[in-house]
Unconditional design. Structure first.
Lengths: 125, 229
């Protein structure tokens, strides 16, 4: 429960989480997802909520329900690639929005991001 | 479907439930929440047909709720633990003899999941294991309504988690509806579809959890703190 917050419907938070796992490659194209019940057990979550999250991602073409077999990550790789771009843009838009609200200019944001990534890279080595 | 129309329940000295009207659709998990003495357990007993309203009506699937419609409902009381000299296995057999909808195979499966020893006497069980036993005996019934009074109360986090997972595993929402009272609103937040909030015996609010999140951006606990003072 701690992992979910009240600012957004829980089914959308679960959908986002699955979506991110697909974008990161943790869940691969064509891979079978846990059954609704098993997913519910994993997160102590109402099966109706899990069903809504799956339906949401099916509507977006990210998941596919196959009759009698379960729910799978879509094999339409172009679709997944599109989604990868979309998720990136959403995250950037959110970040930029917050930064602009606090009064940072585009140049400051860009420079800040670049500096951050450079030092993060050095930290990796 | 459960329908309550202008239900009032008076006991000798106090009014436990005051003029409540509501409808609970099937296939959902509903939490009854509210402070101590707000009428949660009484409301559940009225639905179970174990208490009769002083005025107003309670129907379960269109029939007046009474001991007979109780067969549609697997009810688990807050205090109730059966016969202390029974073993776990004997308690299962006894429950099976009382309720035609009791599924022995399911009971066995839940017993294993809950790691209960069938040969243990009930009086020798820890409080946590009694909680597990009680949930097992209730969830093994294939009744259209599962009614649980404070199933998580007074149990440690591991037992609470096992019980929540048991509910998700063994309640089939395509054929069953689960209604429970609980103090542990944070714990049940992702588990329930909707909640019935009582205040001093009156209906304070009935809503979907997602509605509370979406419209007000609040968890149930936050909403209660805000509106119960």
């Amino acid at each position: 429960m701690d992992e979910f917050n009240a600012s957004k419907p829980i089914y959308l938070q679960l959908a986002d989480r699955i979506h991110r796992q697909i974008v990161s490659g943790e869940l691969k194209a064509g891979e079978k997802l846990p059954s609704i019940r098993d997913m519910g057990i994993k997160y102590s979550m109402n099966p109706n909520t899990v069903q809504r999250a799956y339906s949401e991602l099916e509507r977006g073409g990210i998941l596919e329900a196959r009759r009698g077999q379960g729910t799978f990550v879509s094999e339409q790789r172009d679709r997944l690639a599109q989604q990868r771009v979309k998720l990136k843009q959403e995250q950037i838009a959110e970040f930029v929005h917050v930064m602009q609200e606090m009064g940072y200019s585009a140049a400051e944001i860009l420079a800040g991001v670049e500096q951050y990534l450079n030092s993060a890279q050095k930290g990796d080595k | 479907m459960i329908q309550m129309t202008n239900v009032t329940k008076e006991y000798a000295k106090n009014t436990a439930i005051k003029d409540i009207s509501l409808t609970v659709p099937t296939g959902r998990i509903i939490g009854i929440v509210g402070g101590n003495g707000s009428g949660k357990s009484t409301l559940l007993k009225l639905i179970a047909g174990l208490a009769q309203p002083t005025s107003g009506s309670v129907t379960v699937n269109g029939e007046k709720a009474n001991r007979r419609t109780g067969q549609f409902a697997a009810y688990s009381s807050e205090s109730g633990i059966y016969y202390p000299i029974f073993t776990v296995r004997e308690a299962i057999r006894f429950q099976a003899s009382q309720f035609p909808d009791f599924n022995l195979a399911k009971a066995d499966e839940i017993m294993k999941l809950m790691q209960l020893d069938p040969h243990m006497k009930i009086k020798a069980l820890s409080k946590g294991n009694r909680g597990r036993l009680q949930i097992m005996l209730t969830l093994a019934r294939e009744a259209p309504y599962i009614l649980l009074d404070e199933p998580l109360s007074g149990l440690d986090p591991m037992v609470r988690d096992a019980i929540v997972k048991g509910m998700i595993s063994y309640v089939d929402l395509s054929t069953q509806t689960l209604i429970m009272t609980s103090h542990e609103v944070t714990e049940i937040e992702t588990l329930i579809d909707g909640f019935i909030a009582l205040k001093d015996g009156s209906l304070h609010r009935m809503a979907d959890v997602e509605e509370l999140h979406e419209v007000e951006g609040l968890r149930i606990a936050d909403w209660m703190k805000k509106t119960y003072d």
